[in-house]
Design a protein around this ligand. Structure first.
Ligand SMILES: Nc1ncnc2c1ncn2[C@@H]1O[C@H](COP(=O)(O)OP(=O)(O)OP(=O)(O)O)[C@@H](O)[C@H]1O
Ligand SMILES: [Mg+2]
Length: 254
């Protein structure tokens, strides 16, 4: 039996998080089982830039022509290996995977206008369950596969789909304390938001940019079977605080 205060969690690690060491301490020290999904936006942007590519976003998603997909995959794969090393060194043996491993994430392209950007269609959940049973932490880079090859999936979207498929609570760790009424004022955090409140806040522009796929991923996780979903800032003690309901924004289903 899993202790109620040490439940298995799906944790999405935001690529925008700066204090990587501190965050790895926090995640490495969590006493219960974890499935991890990581982003990598800033580092992907840096490398595309260095390689001389221009990047464009469409509704918060990075347009990914096939020749840029190779860079996206290289950056995410290396980042995953580095995070797995950091966690393994902290006593949480972790295995970095992408959608290519065991056909973990099957996907389909979202819209031809976005290039090789996809959404998850099928998840190889048994392999994740086997890793957990073996005491290993799966750390997933959001790269899906279709018949043509790899697809770039927004990390929040992938995390929501995986949490739903595994029926795990979803914790989205990012660089803000939660969904804010005024994005410049950390004290304006919503402790809880319903699906209809989320829709209204997107429509009136309060929720924008990278927060849109995040709240949508939280709602999708809930509709697919996650018991709860919270958006919070990655900081020391955050997982316990989220479990106690004292931090972050909990997104409620209907
Ligand atoms: N109402 C809001 N409340 C809080 N943050 C908001 C809001 N609207 C937009 N944001 C933005 O959303 C950002 C978080 O999403 P972002 O995609 O940048 O980070 P991430 O998902 O943690 O990282 P990555 O996409 O690399 O995995 C915040 O830094 C903030 O600028
Ligand atoms: Mg994001």
């Amino acid at each position: 039996m899993i202790d109620v205060m040490e439940p298995a969690l799906l944790v999405k690690i935001g690529g925008s998080l700066k204090e990587a060491g501190e965050l790895l301490d926090e995640i490495g020290g969590y006493p219960g089982p974890l499935v991890l999904v990581h982003g990598g936006g800033p580092r992907i942007g840096e490398w595309l830039n260095r390689m001389g590519f221009e990047t464009h976003f469409y509704q918060g998603l990075r347009i990914t022509p096939p020749e840029q997909m190779e860079v996206v995959e290289m950056v995410l794969t290396t980042l995953g290996k580095q995070l797995a090393e950091g966690l393994s060194r902290r006593g949480r043996p972790s295995v970095a995977l992408t959608g290519r491993d065991t056909g973990l994430l099957e996907a389909r392209p979202l819209d031809p206008i976005l290039g090789r950007v996809g959404e998850v269609t099928r998840i190889n959940t048994p392999v994740l369950e086997k890793l957990l049973q073996a005491g290993l932490t799966p750390l997933i880079a959001p790269i899906g596969l279709d018949a043509q090859g790899p697809l770039n999936i927004n990390a929040d979207t992938a995390a929501g789909a995986i949490a739903g498929a595994l029926h795990l609570p979803a914790v989205f760790l990012t660089d803000v304390v939660g969904v804010l009424r005024d994005p410049k004022d950390p004290s304006s955090r919503f402790a809880e938001l319903s699906a209809s409140q989320v829709q209204a806040l997107i429509l009136d522009g309060t929720i924008s940019g990278g927060m849109i796929p995040k709240v949508e991923a939280a709602l999708n996780a809930l509709s697919k079977g996650a018991p709860w979903a919270t958006i919070a800032r990655g900081s020391p003690g955050i997982l316990q605080a989220v479990l106690e309901g004292t931090a972050g924004t909990r997104v409620a289903g209907s």
